[in-house]
Unconditional design. Sequence first.
Length: 124
Amino acid sequence: MAPSVPHTRAAAALRMKQIALDNQGRTIRRLRAQLSTERRGLATMKKEIEDTQVSLEASHTVISELTEIGLSFDWAVKMRIRPPELETSICDAKYHVSMKEPEEESEEEEIEDIPLGEGEIDDE
């Protein structure tokens, strides 16, 4: 007989138990390796989630700041657009009236300076 062949039932039973233990050991090592890989993957995902959260918080801060700036500009624009009676003071009104009158008079003067009889075209 070959030396690797068990001689008794007890030896065969021991050999079967040893094979089962070896298989369980390999299974445990394989599962531990999978667990380690999964933990590394989860750690990477956790880091990515934290980075994304920081990025989202920064974006939220920027958006809220821009919104506040936009609202303040909107308020400033609304405050500058007033009804015409509130837009000018009495001094401004006098200034505008005095500025408009000379322009109208200068146009009238130019029209009056042209004599009606002169400036006709002779065909000769």
